[in-house]
Design a protein around this ligand. Structure first.
Ligand code: GRF
Length: 208
């Protein structure tokens, strides 16, 4: 895929791909907002790529009638990314959403999809990037946490922020309770952030 790609707004319904490794609750929220077949004027989910065959996300996609492709990571990142690029090109994808995708994409992939590659992360970035963000927040004694949707750049959870939602950490919260409240907000802000990008209201700033 050529670097840069189309600018937003496209003037037509965007074709959205989702990469996911796990349960797929964010994928489900994106499918509800952007159903296949054109229920939303901004976008439709046309492809789901999962690196784990057993991921609930792939089942959710198939049940929704969306192309669901398992691309194993066993032959390494380059092989995964070549295969992913081929799938994205074959389905003329405009925008990629990482929804619980537990792999770090290469700087080259991030550059090729610059401005068209979004991630959701369960903390108020730049606080607590990387793995186990909810556990990190609790261990640090944070009184506030939340979630962030951002453009992906060459770093890990470092790209320009599109949307964030703060949440209080409650007395007695454990990883499961805090994560559940954070995820409920992710399901709201991720589709909203996709819409903002597709409307041209949020951009990966030139030079950043
Ligand atoms: C989300 O909390 C997301 O922030 C993180 O992984 C989790 C994925 O959950 N990156 P799900 O698979 O969307 O339910």
């Amino acid at each position: 895929m050529a670097e840069g790609g189309p600018g937003f707004p496209l003037g037509r319904r965007a074709r959205l791909a989702v990469f996911a490794s796990g349960r797929g609750s964010n994928l489900a929220a994106l499918i509800a907002a952007f159903p296949p077949g054109g229920g939303d004027p901004h976008a439709e989910v046309v492809l789901v790529i999962g690196d784990r065959a057993e991921a609930g996300a792939l089942t959710i996609a198939r049940d929704a009638g969306i192309a669901a492709v398992h691309l194993p990571y066993t032959r390494g990142r380059d092989a995964f990314e070549w295969a992913a690029q081929a799938e994205l090109a074959a389905r003329a994808v405009d925008l990629v959403a990482l929804a619980g995708f537990m792999r770090v994409l290469s700087p080259a992939f991030a550059f090729a999809w610059r401005g068209r590659l979004l991630n959701v992360h369960p903390s108020l970035l730049p606080a607590f990037p990387g793995l186990h963000a909810v556990r990190q927040a609790l261990a640090a004694g944070a009184s506030v946490s939340g979630c962030t949707v951002h453009f992906v750049d060459a770093g890990v959870d470092t790209g320009p922020v599109i949307a964030r939602q703060a949440l209080p950490v409650l007395e007695g919260d454990d990883e499961a309770t805090l994560q559940a409240r954070i995820q409920a907000q992710e399901h709201r802000i991720f589709p909203a952030a996709v819409r903002a990008v597709l409307r041209g209201e949020a951009r990966f700033e030139a030079g950043s």
